[in-house]
Design a protein around this ligand. Structure first.
Ligand code: C2E
Ligand code: MG
Ligand code: MG
Ligand code: MG
Length: 278
């Protein structure tokens, strides 16, 4: 009897993996052509200073407009792009597209606006990143400190010596380095001090239940205090309600991002909703 169950569950498991593989192969082939077919687009999510209700930055988030499937979320295709190495040209495209977009917004008069761009592990560990960043800054004339590059704890803890030297090289260009999804990965305080970072982004899983879950509240408080003590900025991700926003302000965290302010939106919509008073 137990054998039957085991066999049954094995069969189910196998089938699931099989399906997922077929799905991946399908996406993989399409992913190869997506760049040249111009199927990627960037959405931008506002970053708000809740103290003065001011838009201070935007985070660029990639979207894939698959010809048959419609919008494919990055959580599906970024891992696939990582496995295939396609993430390097895709990441290069994201970087250039985002900085050129920022130049347009600076030209409209929003000269303080910053742009945050997510880096993948492969992109971060690839030797050319420094050159690509330098190049696009030179082409656009964007002041380097208006560009924030987001890395996760796990990305920098994979090979800390390499990470520190890569980060130092980027820092020498004058760009800012932010730690994304902070609190979910593995990093120790002693290491954190050695990285030339400017901002911690508190992962949204801690913000979600911040009003009711004491542990999440304590952890968030700790991250905020630690960031301030280390002279770092801190941004709360995934703020969905005014109550969460008010709580964060009461804890000294005023920089926020989340659906309460806006989901990620196309450039045009960001302009019409947020960049109108100049
Ligand atoms: P992330 O960098 O942590 O981006 C934040 C994610 O949280 C975004 O999902 C955003 O839409 C979502 N989000 C923002 N506010 C809220 C909120 O209030 N509630 C909830 N539930 N979610 C919120 P998205 O756009 O699907 O991106 C997912 C992840 O994919 C990103 O997480 C990032 O790790 C990765 N990603 C996105 N674009 C790029 C890219 O251009 N390059 C690389 N390497 N990774 C990217
Ligand atoms: Mg991010
Ligand atoms: Mg995040
Ligand atoms: Mg992330």
């Amino acid at each position: 009897h137990s054998k039957e169950v085991a066999g049954g569950s094995y069969h189910f498991y196998d089938e699931k993996i099989g399906k997922r593989t077929i799905q991946n192969v399908k996406y993989e082939n399409a992913l190869y052509r997506a760049l040249e077919r111009d199927e990627f687009t960037l959405y931008y999510q506002p970053q708000i200073d809740y103290c003065n209700n001011r838009l201070f930055g935007v985070e660029a988030l990639i979207r894939w407009n698959h010809p048959e499937e419609g919008l494919v979320p990055p959580d599906i295709f970024i891992p696939l792009a990582e496995q295939t190495g396609l993430i390097v040209p895709i990441g290069e495209w994201v970087l250039r597209e985002a900085v050129f977009q920022l130049e347009k917004w600076h030209d409209l008069g929003f000269t303080d606006l910053i742009m945050a761009v997510n880096l993948s592990a492969a992109q971060f560990e690839q030797g050319n990143l420094h050159r690509s960043v330098k190049q696009v800054l030179a082409e656009t004339g964007i002041r380097p400190d208006h560009l924030h590059l987001e890395l996760t704890e796990n990305q920098i803890m994979r090979n800390t010596d390499l990470a520190i030297s890569t980060m130092n090289k980027l820092k020498e260009l004058g760009v800012q380095l932010d730690i994304d999804d902070f609190g979910t990965g593995y990093s120790s305080l002693s290491y954190l001090q050695r990285f030339p970072i400017s901002t911690l982004k508190i992962d949204r899983t801690f913000i979600r239940d911040i009003l009711h879950d004491e542990d999440d509240r304590a952890l968030t408080d700790t991250i905020i205090t630690m960031a301030k003590n280390m002279g770092l900025e801190v941004i709360a991700e995934g703020v969905e309600t005014v109550e969460q926003a008010d709580h964060l302000v009461s804890r000294n965290c005023t920089l926020m991002q989340g659906y309460y302010f806006s989901p990620p939106i196309p450039a045009r919509k960001l302009e019409s909703d947020f960049l109108t008073n100049k």
